[in-house]
Design a protein around this ligand. Structure first.
Ligand code: SAH
Ligand code: SF4
Ligand code: F3S
Length: 469
């Protein structure tokens, strides 16, 4: 891991540079998905080793860092809004501004930053995240503007420092990139092709987390159930470890690690949900039975245009099969409304699937045109007001289902991993069920980071109230 060692040297160099200044701070804003959050934990790890401590206020920060997302347009608005604000702060405090992440892999965004926000000090991409120490060192030393973005797939780097947000739940990235090219999605262009981490590195990381006292692990990737698939298909060498050579075997191996009590994963792709994965979920007691199964649309023609590679019927059949094989299964999903060409009738199919499956949670998105994707070039874009109307109809249906579904919890006993005190009420504790529902209850702080049984007394749309038994 020579390249990572080089970066560790830069970390030391910056630490040296900073040795006379004890009160150095960084502030980081992370947008986007859990993969980005996990990347940010690595950036925080690097900065902490350089001697910086975290602040939540850009005004107090020596380094302002943005880890960006570009999956939908609103993320762009957010970044540019914040940069306007930071210009003033930089003029006053001399803050170093660094921007990384998915948006920096887009040339039109880099051009816009160069033109309208020339005061940004460091720009780095998704494939060069590991080189952040070197980029920052150069910016600090030379005061020059650094741009370090490459368009070749990044390698898989191990051994970067990490500062995790929680000491109860940890996320572990198992693979990078995406090969699916759904026609609405920018991710494959900004994250490159699929590549998996070595089984040994993942297992050892989870073992280490268990030793540190973590109870819940979330395995991350854009398409987790194709873990090691490219490697197997293209004969790219990897080392089997503890019998792990696929996603199913990875789940089984992690299930055996003492100390870990819950395993979650996001996101699997319906087209890759093979029987071995279903069987592994069913027979691994620590794997949570809430499965995120992105639907995107319930209409077969729209799904084809989206390049999702399954039909409405195949999705529903898969759900049936999973329900039959996995006791206590609950499902969550992602849905896009207003994909180009989607008619009112086709949208009805989406509502139909939602009615039939009764998801535990639905993440709903209005289609957003992304430069460079096939969807953006499609001629039949849906007018904004129609997209909004459909979104509201879907939202109404989903909310009525959540209310109905919550009722089912009242009176039941649920296993809850206690995460801490409730933000809204410091006298109450908060935790989550297997199905990821928030439960608040009265209890002793000693219960934090423990799995306990709670009796659910009432439901309140976004949370449940429980009592110890
Ligand atoms: N790889 C994951 C997640 C990808 S991004 C998966 O396949 O499920 C998270 C979600 O954002 C997607 O599931 C999709 O619902 C939504 N999304 C992606 N591109 C979008 C776009 N252009 N407009 C609106 N929503 C989008
Ligand atoms: Fe995007 Fe599709 Fe890949 Fe998910 S699977 S990241 S939606 S291209
Ligand atoms: Fe966004 Fe990049 Fe994740 S585009 S959703 S942060 S992979």
């Amino acid at each position: 891991m020579k390249k990572v060692d080089e970066q560790k040297n830069y970390i030391k160099e910056i630490k040296d540079l900073n040795k006379n200044n004890k009160d150095l701070k960084y502030c980081i804003l992370t947008m986007g998905c859990q993969l980005n959050e996990n990347d940010s934990e690595k950036l925080c790890g690097m900065l902490e080793e350089m001697g910086y401590t975290k602040t939540d206020n850009f005004e107090d920060a020596n380094i302002a860092l943005f880890n960006t997302c570009c999956v939908r347009e609103n993320a762009e608005d957010k970044l540019f809004g914040k940069l306007g604000e930071l210009k003033r702060i930089k003029e006053k405090n001399g803050t170093i501004i660094a921007i990384g992440g998915c948006m920096m892999q887009e040339q039109h965004i880099i051009d816009k930053i160069k033109q309208s926000y020339p005061f940004v000090d460091v720009i780095f991409g998704t494939h060069t995240l590991y080189r952040f120490p070197e980029d920052l060192f150069k910016a600090l030393q030379t005061k020059e503007k650094i741009k370090d973005v490459i368009d070749i797939d990044g390698e898989v780097f191990e051994g970067l420092p990490i500062k995790r947000d929680s000491n109860i739940k940890a996320s572990v990235t198992i693979m990078y990139g995406c090969n699916n090219f759904c026609t609405y999605c920018i991710v494959p262009y900004v994250r490159g092709r699929e590549r998996s981490r070595e089984p040994r590195d993942i297992i050892n990381e989870v073992r280490e987390l268990a030793k540190e006292g973590y109870k819940e692990i979330t395995l991350l990737g854009q398409n987790v159930n194709s873990y090691l698939r490219v490697e197997r298909e293209k004969n790219i060498p990897f080392e089997e470890y503890e019998g792990v050579n696929s996603f199913a075997t990875l789940l089984r191996a992690i299930n055996k690690i003492d100390g870990i009590e819950r395993i979650r994963f996001v996101s699997p792709h319906p087209k890759d949900f093979t029987d071995d994965v279903i069987d592994a979920i069913a027979s691994s007691d620590k794997v949570c039975k809430l499965i995120h199964l992105p639907l995107q649309s319930g209409n077969t023609k729209v799904l084809k245009e989206m390049n999702r590679k399954y039909t409405k019927e195949q999705y529903l059949d898969l759900v049936e099969k999973m329900k039959n094989k996995i006791p206590n299964l609950t499902l969550s999903t992602d849905i896009i409304v207003g994909f180009p060409g989607e008619t009112d009738e086709e949208f009805e199919d989406t509502l139909d699937v939602v009615r039939k499956v009764k998801f535990e949670q639905v993440y709903m998105f209005i289609y957003s045109r992304r430069v460079g994707t096939p969807g953006d070039r499609m001629p039949n874009q849906v007018p904004e007001e129609i997209k909004h109307k459909r979104f509201n109809r879907l939202k109404e249906l989903v909310e009525s289902q959540i209310e109905e579904n919550n009722q089912k919890y009242v009176g039941t006993i649920q296993k809850v991993l206690v995460e801490g005190t409730s933000k809204n009420n410091p006298n109450m504790l908060t935790g989550r069920t297997d199905s990821n529902k928030v439960v608040i209850f009265e209890g002793d702080k000693d219960l934090i980071n423990k799995m306990i049984d709670l009796k659910i007394e009432s439901e309140h749309m976004w949370y449940l109230k429980g009592v110890s038994i």
